[in-house]
Design a protein around this ligand. Structure first.
Ligand SMILES: [Fe+2]
Ligand SMILES: [Fe+2]
Length: 315
């Protein structure tokens, strides 16, 4: 994927350094856009990375030092895990999800969104869905036994059981195609604002640190437990706008799949993990809370942009 345009002095320095134009100097981000983009650029070095950027940058010490500073700033807004009784983790996850009172982006998309607004929504989501499941796969080698098996049961579905056309990453391209969007991995990173990048950065932050494996599983559980109903709403909203079966396939698939994943994630994955590693029980719940909080902040930013009659994307 192509390196995006800078959004401040730090991302400017970082992009210049990765392109080989200048050495990487430690600097402070100008604002949240500069921070989230810089962090996203650093994290992407561990995924499929950027066109023309040397693979060695993934483990470059200056980059890692810069990334650690950005992570510290990002994490400062995420609160802290609190100790929890491992036996109550599945019930506590259900309570966190039930207490979630975030803005209903799915309700808006189902009943009111225009074609253009839905297209913007798909553009935002493409940053995640084109690599859906990848951030949570970082947990696989860090787990064993029944917990690993539970995670794999979910991930195997996410990756279409090994059939490329069933991979959720690929299914989403059908939705994007219907809207005439560029299907290239990462094509829309440059136009999504900070809150959408933060959604992705959170997963990478949890995923790339073994120490946060509990939070990563809690994050996945929160996603699986809050997915089925919104996806039904997305599918119905898209049908309202004339979307055909191919366009809605990604959302339809998640209505069924995540009703099952929800149970596996809460009990077989997070419940068992908390019993195996009781000192991380609270971290699981924290990860779930962070997932909902960061997603809600993004949803609010999108709805606010639309309410003021504008675009939710950067122009
Ligand atoms: Fe999925
Ligand atoms: Fe799922």
């Amino acid at each position: 994927m192509k390196l995006p345009s800078p959004r401040g002095s730090l991302s400017d320095t970082l992009i210049g350094a990765l392109g080989g134009a200048s050495p990487l100097a430690l600097a402070e981000p100008d604002d949240d856009e500069d921070l989230q983009l810089s962090l996203f650029i650093c994290y992407e070095l561990s995924y499929r990375s950027w066109d023309g950027v040397d693979d060695a940058w993934e483990w470059n010490l200056d980059m890692l030092r810069l990334r650690a500073g950005l992570e510290e700033r990002f994490a400062a807004g995420l609160g802290r895990p609190e100790p929890a009784d491992p036996e109550t983790v599945p019930a506590a996850l259900a309570a966190i999800v039930a207490a979630d009172d975030g803005p209903s982006l799915s309700g808006y998309l189902r009943g009111r969104a225009t074609h253009e607004q839905f297209r913007e929504f798909v553009t935002h989501r493409s940053v995640y869905h084109l690599r859906e499941a990848d951030p949570h796969s970082w947990a696989i080698p860090r787990l064993g036994g029944r917990v690993k098996a539970a995670l794999l049961e979910i991930q195997i579905d996410e990756y279409g059981g090994g059939a490329v056309h069933k991979m959720h990453q690929e299914l989403f391209k059908q939705t994007m195609s219907w809207f005439g969007l560029d299907l290239t991995y990462g094509a829309h990173v440059g136009v999504v604002p900070a809150p959408a990048l933060a959604v992705n950065n959170l997963m990478s932050y949890f995923g790339l640190h073994r120490a946060r494996r509990g939070a990563l599983l809690g994050h996945l559980a929160a996603y699986e437990m809050t997915s089925s109903l919104p996806n039904r709403a997305y599918a119905n909203g898209l049908r309202r706008l004339g979307g055909d079966a191919s366009a809605t396939a990604f959302y339809d698939e998640h209505v069924e799949a995540d009703a099952v994943h929800e149970q596996i994630a809460a009990h077989d994955l997070c419940g068992a993990f908390a019993r195996d590693e009781p000192e991380l029980a609270g971290q699981v719940l924290w990860g779930a809370k962070c997932a909902l909080e960061i997603d809600n902040a993004w949803a609010r930013s999108v709805l606010d942009a639309w309410a003021s009659g504008g675009s939710s994307l950067r122009v």
